[in-house]
Design a protein around this ligand. Structure first.
Ligand code: ADP
Length: 431
């Protein structure tokens, strides 16, 4: 037999191993039965293109299927197994050798390998390059996201420094001013006139303390360190106490404050009363701050399954839709350094932008929430804003030891409440 006649036409060899190759590769590489049906079709296509490449001597025939496979890797696969298709081709090479050994003569097997190895090598190169590029694009995409996050953090850090410095500077200037006036008076031997100056200095110190306390609260909320001390309390009591605090400001600013005697206001619920009062105070102070003189603030509420809802509505300047998403974030008001330090309750007197994030942190720590409704920001029309606060209506302490203690105390207290309610005519509306 001449050497030429012994040479097996490669197509014949390919046809001979085709069924065994497809079954073997299909079984080994498809992950589940469902995938296998589709995968076998894919393998048939692959095998036919392999034949085409060998016959024409042009491995580029493989490109469409290689790229199809490489592109079909999902983002998750990219994260878990970035070189999925390269791995598949590597396994195919090993399986082709196995099938060739089992199905073909030695000569046929050699011929086959001589023909397919360059095509597989080409395939590996194409896929590896594509997968590498995709991987690099994926990583740089992730890097870009991280960088953007870092930029935001950096921006908010420097904005925080500028606002904190700005906020702290005003009371410090105030204290400095009073101190130098006091020094002058002392030098002139008028020590007796120091009272009003000391009071002014006290105001400055209070403001400093308030700002520093807010900063500490925000950091406690951020780090999940806010400790709640649950005790029974009525919302009506907290609102009455707050009314006493705001009364002088409300009068000075000719604001009308209506506190309704709503359903749930006098229910005894377990909350950290000083903290919830602080949250309500922040929202009410804002209502005062962002409502022009002569406006109205209405505090109402209702019971909902498992919650008591308190609404604080004002007839103020309102809040734009974009800002509604921002204001509960720390330093949501950072862009407006111009507004800072113009007083806690003065019309539009901005603060460090910590009031609402603290309110939200306190309410969420209780299992409640806070959100705002407003038609938008309009300083002429004054559409107003309504803050909704959901407070869980717990009727026993989340702390079992406290629950036992208050169970006994609560029984007596309820008795007292019923008795005192009988004697009250206008218990909650302070106006
Ligand atoms: P600030 O210290 O700036 O008052 P807050 O966290 O208390 O910080 O409020 C964030 C921002 O939300 C305010 O600066 C203001 O722009 C807006 N805001 C809050 N309450 C109201 C309201 N009732 N009416 C209009 N704008 C409000």
């Amino acid at each position: 037999m001449s050497k030429k006649s012994m040479a097996t036409p490669i197509q014949k060899v390919l046809l001979k191993i085709r069924p065994a190759w497809i079954t073997r590769v299909g079984q080994e590489l498809a992950r589940g039965m469902e995938v296998r049906a589709g995968f076998e079709e894919q393998l048939e296509r692959f095998f036919d293109l392999l034949g085409q490449s060998i016959t024409t001597g042009d491995p580029a025939w493989m490109d469409p299927i290689l790229l199809d496979w490489a592109k079909s890797s999902t983002e998750t696969e990219l994260e878990d197994e970035p070189y999925h298709v390269s791995f598949l081709i590597n396994r195919m090479i090993a399986l082709t050798i196995q099938v060739a050994r089992e199905t073909l003569t030695k000569q046929q097997a050699l011929d086959l390998l001589a023909a397919v190895v360059p095509i597989y090598t080409y395939g590996l190169e194409v896929v590896a390059r594509y997968e590498m590029e995709t991987r690099v694009a994926h990583i740089s995409n992730e890097m870009e996201k991280v960088q953007k996050r870092m930029e935001r953090v950096d921006k908010s850090k420097s904005a925080f420094i500028s606002v904190a410095a700005h906020e702290l500077k005003t009371p410090i200037t105030l204290i400095e001013g009073y101190a130098s006036m006091m020094e002058d008076l002392m030098q002139q031997g008028k020590g007796a006139d120091l009272d009003s100056l000391l009071a002014g200095m006290g105001t400055g110190i209070d403001r400093l303390r308030g700002i520093v306390d807010d900063m500490i609260d925000v950091s406690m909320i951020d780090n999940d360190l806010l400790q709640l001390n649950f005790q029974p309390m009525q919302i009506s009591q907290m609102l009455s106490a707050l009314y006493i605090e705001i009364e002088p400001i409300v009068q000075a600013r000719t604001l009308a404050v209506n506190i309704k005697d709503f359903e749930g206001a006098r229910e005894w619920i377990y909350i950290d009363a000083p903290r919830v009062t602080q949250a309500l105070r922040n929202v009410i102070n804002n209502a005062i701050k962002y409502t022009p003189d002569g406006g109205t603030i209405t505090i109402d509420g209702r019971t909902l399954p498992g919650f008591i809802e308190v609404t604080i509505a004002d007839t103020g300047i309102g809040i734009s839709t974009e800002d509604q998403a921002m204001i509960f974030e720390k330093f949501g008001q950072l862009g407006r350094v111009d507004l800072h330090s113009s007083g806690k309750t003065k019309f539009k007197g901005g603060g460090p932008g910590l009031g609402l994030p603290i309110a939200r942190g306190i309410l969420e720590a209780h299992g409640g929430s806070i959100w705002v409704q407003s038609e938008g920001h309009d300083e002429i029309r004054h559409p107003g804003s309504t803050f909704h606060i959901l407070i869980p209506a717990r009727n026993e302490s989340p702390d079992p030891k406290m629950a036992r203690l208050f169970d006994t105390l609560g029984k007596n207290k309820n008795k007292e409440v019923i008795e005192s309610d009988e004697h009250r005519s206008q218990p909650i509306d302070p106006l």
